[in-house]
Design a protein around this ligand. Sequence first.
Ligand SMILES: *[C@@H]1O[C@H](CO)[C@@H](O)[C@H](O)[C@H]1NC(C)=O
Ligand SMILES: *[C@@H]1O[C@H](CO)[C@@H](O)[C@H](O)[C@H]1NC(C)=O
Ligand SMILES: *[C@@H]1O[C@H](CO)[C@@H](O)[C@H](O)[C@H]1NC(C)=O
Ligand SMILES: *[C@@H]1O[C@H](CO)[C@@H](O)[C@H](O)[C@H]1NC(C)=O
Ligand SMILES: *[C@@H]1O[C@H](CO)[C@@H](O)[C@H](O)[C@H]1NC(C)=O
Ligand SMILES: *[C@@H]1O[C@H](CO)[C@@H](O)[C@H](O)[C@H]1NC(C)=O
Length: 665
Amino acid sequence: MFLLMLLFLCRLFPELGASSNEVDFAFDGFLGANLSMDGTATITPEGLLRLTNTTKLLKGHAFYPPKVRFKSPPDGGVLSFSSTFVFGIVSGNRDLSGHGIVLALTPTKDLGGATATQYMGILSTSNNGNSSNHIVGVEVDTIQNPELGDINANHVGIDINSLRSVASNPAGYFSDNDDGQFKNLSLLSGEPMQLWLDYDGEKMQLNVTLAPMGVAKPRIPLLSATIDLSAIIFAEMYVGFSSSSDPFQTSHYILGWSFRVNGQARALNLSKLPPLPKITIGKKSSKSWTPWLSSASAVIFLGAVAVIVLIMRRRIKFSELVEEWELQYGSQRFSFKDLYKATNGFGEEELLGAGGFGKVYRGVLPSSKLEIAVKRVSHDSRQGMKEFIAEIVSIGRLRHRNLVQLLGYCRRKGELLLVYDFMPNGSLDKRLFYQGGEAVLSWNQRFRIIKGVASGLLYLHEEWEQVVVHRDVKASNVLLDGDLNGRLGDFGLARLYDRGSSMKTTHLVGTTGYIAPELAKAGKANTVTDVFAFGVFLLEVACGRRPIEPSAPEEEVVLLDMVLASWTRGAIWDAGDPTLLGEYPAEEMELVLKLGLLCCDPLPAARPSMRRVMQMLERDVPLPEFSSNYLNSNMLALLHNEALHEQWASFPSASISVSLLSGGR
Ligand SMILES: *[C@@H]1O[C@H](CO)[C@@H](O)[C@H](O)[C@H]1NC(C)=O
Ligand SMILES: *[C@@H]1O[C@H](CO)[C@@H](O)[C@H](O)[C@H]1NC(C)=O
Ligand SMILES: *[C@@H]1O[C@H](CO)[C@@H](O)[C@H](O)[C@H]1NC(C)=O
Ligand SMILES: *[C@@H]1O[C@H](CO)[C@@H](O)[C@H](O)[C@H]1NC(C)=O
Ligand SMILES: *[C@@H]1O[C@H](CO)[C@@H](O)[C@H](O)[C@H]1NC(C)=O
Ligand SMILES: *[C@@H]1O[C@H](CO)[C@@H](O)[C@H](O)[C@H]1NC(C)=O
């Protein structure tokens, strides 16, 4: 009887029972929900938890406010737990989006130090993979990041202390109806989907299951991993969502969420969940004119004529070339009208710079308020345009924090416009040499930029699905983002090669002073000629001067010579930028200068790969033994006779390149 009463009491006052701190909550929509939110996270008037809005590169977090007990007693094993949530990723863009959503167990609600982008607002470059993170998460990710080992751009993964998932699978589910047949799901479809997370504390088994909303939880989970969480999570942890947005307009929504320790999370009442907003794909400019025309027909004849004339004039002003084969690139194709508006009609005040390939303008896209840089390149021939655009679209899929993101393009008669992410701190060369403008960068900033550019180039050479040869690595093609990270830009010259296919001889492309001897001779650009240019870039950044300085004393005109001469004198760091004197550790300066020389070895086979370069910069591998004599001897003679003097002869036209846009293609 007493027992019965106790049981009864426990049901009335659950906090009296053993389950006192066993969490069990369910949100069918979030109206009135008390969550701890920061960043872009907010609860919409409809009751959706919106983690990110369409502003780029921000992060949002939403946590269940109190800590949740996961071990009882505190030094015991991890209790079983279970959770389910319904989410939706809504992108203004059919096949591109910002990163994704993580449901995570974290020791803290303060994730202010985390990075947006691929770190999804939960980790950062500095702590990713660190076992002192104590983070367990399940990610739904719509971008493939090779640096994080992502399998594709539409996957679900289990993350332990790192966004390099311990287990992952393409998004989809094993259908109970069709004998467990696997059905693909597109996370970006804009349709709501439900995810279940179940951890069995005894078997140490973590299951993740996905299905379209409304489909009952499939019997076979999408992911099932045996993971001992006892060393990873603390007795008490916070649970919540983290998300981050990318350059593309994407909102991440949670419609409902339940969580329970020691039991099955409560089923969500799907009929109570708030609806997701519908996708609005940017409309084509041509369509938006129809209402104008129909209303024009209602007004008097003269008025109609006036309107039509106006339309015709605007049509000509905003006319662009769109061909059948381009329709597949819908989202990467910008309308000229949008770009025109974004850049204030390509106004002089928005001009960022002008180079050999055209003018670059700053702009703000009217719909998303995204800051962009637009490069206008003239092109005459339509020959090869199809292949070129295919390359552009392909390049747009490259993602790396040390590359300038190409967002898309627009084509007009005789003109091509390339749209990039805007880099607020301009190009690196302006920060290396005093030009009466921006402050010169410190050694530490330069060293970080060097490592960043190396990692960007390594990605292009080895880590993406195709080998990308940049062809024009140099300080003026490295742009600085808001945090002064170096990002390689200007892929206008890059050509894509399928892995394994022989690299074709093409027109000589590049910039004087950065061109490897064999490239000057045979016109064959490949990853090894990129390494040569990277070597010149290293010297440029360390010495704070251009590779060829016509006004310098004769023996110093060529930067390579100057560095070699310093080395021969036994003090290579003498060549370092004098404005940095006393600022750098001598061994770092020596490393950068010698590595620069090593990359500029006239014998292509002797140059290190970018992976090797990266290892040497990180000091995981020592520099190989080589002496100044080695380079100084006849090798250098070869370099000089066959390359630099040829290049020198063409100076100061600066660029001996043949644009693949205006010719050759
Ligand atoms: C997104 O959220 C941020 C931070 O709350 C805010 O500054 C920004 O204006 C929002 N953007 C949009 C498009 O609502
Ligand atoms: C919301 O949660 C916070 C933190 O746990 C708590 O201090 C506050 O009283 C709660 N508010 C409501 C209305 O429940
Ligand atoms: C991991 O993080 C801890 C605490 O932030 C730090 O002390 C440690 O150096 C980090 N370890 C690595 C390998 O970065
Ligand atoms: C599912 O996706 C995979 C790769 O993502 C693809 O190979 C396969 O053809 C797709 N299956 C269906 C039925 O669409
Ligand atoms: C995980 O899935 C397997 C079926 O593949 C099932 O036997 C097991 O009980 C599941 N574990 C949990 C914790 O749900
Ligand atoms: C779900 O919500 C609807 C509408 O509030 C309600 O009529 C229905 O009974 C609920 N279903 C369950 C299983 O609670």
